[in-house]
Design a protein around this ligand. Sequence first.
Ligand code: AMP
Length: 182
Amino acid sequence: MVGAPGSGKGTQAERLASYFGVRHLATGEMLREQVRRATPLGRQVQAVLAAGDLVGDELIEDLLYEPFLQASREGGFILDGFPRTLHQAERAFQIALDAGATLHAVVHLDVPPQVLLDRALSRDEGRADDNQATVRHRIEVYEKQTQPLVDYYAGRGILVSVDGLGTPDEVFERILKRLPPV
Ligand code: AMP
């Protein structure tokens, strides 16, 4: 899944995972869990998350590697929040090769920036990175670092770009209609 903060990617990723009966691998959630448990890694990334910046590519790739391999062995996964940079996308391809897995489709949720801001500010999940200034910054980080993945995956022929406006049910139906057969 590729989508800006507030695009609904977490909600849709969760639904897709339960629909297909596969694991939902959400890197943001994994990182927040480390922060909650105050692990050494959690303490290392806490300030980066709160500021709305991206943690280092190597760190996230290490964190995801084992769950990714395991989920591949168990029948599949929905990746939510990874890859977020071109470097991570290249690593994702390599890790998938190692695991003998295929990335079938990259779902991009297309939502205009102003809607992103309104949505992100109205949700109340008590996240440290959900205040107005940080949400703006996270949208900028997305535009600069993650948006290029849309072209990258379009070029590889696996992009499914979906209008992310509407209710979660409507968006989910739209995604299902557009996914290639597995
Ligand atoms: P999310 O829940 O996907 O919005 O992610 C929350 C935060 O976790 C992001 O703002 C980043 O600080 C960090 N994060 C999550 N996934 C990644 C990733 N793939 N690469 C770098 N940082 C990430």
